[in-house]
Design a protein around this ligand. Structure first.
Ligand code: F6P
Length: 361
């Protein structure tokens, strides 16, 4: 049979909730529209599969029963953007190989689900002449051009649940607890989970903290009769002193840190200054696992359907995005390489501050 449409699909970078529900929505919409006249090719393990020609022909049944499934049925890998133009250990020119395999597979379009690095490579492939449609995936919510990424809300749910559970043990023991939240270089996840979980102090990379201010808040809580304090600390949180250093010196200072992560340093400083037992909980990759929550199932379905519509209308070179609760298409050229950090004057931070939550500033 001659297929009129051949669509390649891959998931790239760190996994998160909602990858499979998005893939499902893209596929079901394409099958509904084209019937037998579409063939979907699953590229295995992200861009690595495209580089090395690893793929499998998908059938409609491969997309059933995956709505609630965590992870990605296609597998994923990290292929750093900065190395895309570098010949790899097997002497492979990655960009040339991806173009070649796209051609060999006779694809009309490549659908890419991923975060910041993935979008940059998607844009590079667009510049190289490939038809690309992309979707915004990440628990970090740090993609420029979209108000929300899928995976974010499910990770907020998990991190919030951790803070909720920590509350009871913190009050019972009268301890200070730090919950370290993922988010890479941005504080969206920590900010949302911190507010939702009722954290007393929220530390995010966008607002470098002053440890004296953090200690003052903990002491003030003790003095007012509250025997515990909970801090939601972003994995990328940074002190004012470190943030003030030039880039190179900052990197060097961070690499010399004797603690497993920033939370352990803050915990030691709080314990020393207050005499109060201070513990650290790191939920880590737990935040990326399991089923997408209902919000992410709806969002990823909306995104997936919108991506399929772009393919049907041949509107390539775009990422689907959420803007003021409307699903729109944004040109990859406009968003690739831009990081969406938390604006320090955003409403969520103002709200938290009005509630008496400290940001350590
Ligand atoms: O980008 C998602 C994320 O989970 C970040 O929050 C975190 O910093 C990073 O990935 C962890 O990467 P890896 O899974 O490669 O350890």
């Amino acid at each position: 049979m001659i297929f009129m449409k051949r669509v390649g699909i891959l998931t790239s970078g760190g996994d998160c909730q909602g990858l499979n529900s998005t893939i499902r929505a893209v596929a079901k919409t394409l099958y509904n529209h084209y019937g037998d006249e579409v063939e979907i090719i699953g590229i295995i393990d992200g861009y690595r599969g495209l580089i090395y020609g690893e793929h499998r022909k998908m059938k409609p049944e491969n997309f059933s029963g995956i709505l609630t499934m965590g992870g990605t049925i296609l597998g994923t890998s990290r292929q750093p953007f900065k190395l895309m133009r570098v010949i790899d250990e097997n002497s492979v020119d990655k960009v040339a190989a991806m173009k070649e395999n796209y051609k060999k597979l006779n694809l009309d379009c490549l659908v890419v689900l991923g975060g910041n690095g993935t979008q940059k490579t998607a844009n590079l492939l667009r510049e190289e002449g490939l038809n690309v449609v992309s979707l915004p995936k990440t628990i970090d919510n740090d993609l420029w051009g979209t108000d929300k990424t899928f995976g974010f809300q499910s990770a907020v749910d998990i991190a919030t649940n951790v803070i909720d559970c920590i509350h009871s043990t913190a009050t019972s023991h009268g301890r200070v607890f730090i919950v370290e939240v993922m988010g890479h270089k941005v504080g969206w996840l920590t900010l949302y989970a911190g507010i939702a979980g009722g954290a007393d102090i929220i530390l995010i990379p966008e607002i470098p903290y002053d440890i004296e201010s953090v200690i003052k808040t903990v002491k003030a809580r003790t003095a007012s009769g509250k025997n515990f304090s909970i801090l939601a600390v972003a994995e990328g949180a940074i002190s004012k002193e470190l943030a003030a250093l030039p880039k190179k010196q900052k990197k060097a200072a961070m690499s010399q840190m004797k603690y497993p992560s920033i939370s352990y340093k803050i915990a030691e400083e709080i314990e020393q200054a207050t005499g109060q037992e201070t513990r650290v909980t790191v939920p880590g990759h737990f935040q990326r696992g399991g089923s997408p929550d209902p919000y992410d199932r709806v969002l990823s379905t909306r995104f997936g359907v919108a991506a399929a519509e772009l393919i049907i209308k041949k509107k390539y070179g775009n990422m689907v995005a959420l803007k003021n609760n409307k699903v729109v298409a944004v040109p990859l050229a406009d968003i690739a390489g831009k990081l969406k950090t938390v604006p320090v004057d955003c409403e969520e931070i103002k709200t938290a501050k009005m509630m008496g939550i400290s940001f350590g500033d």
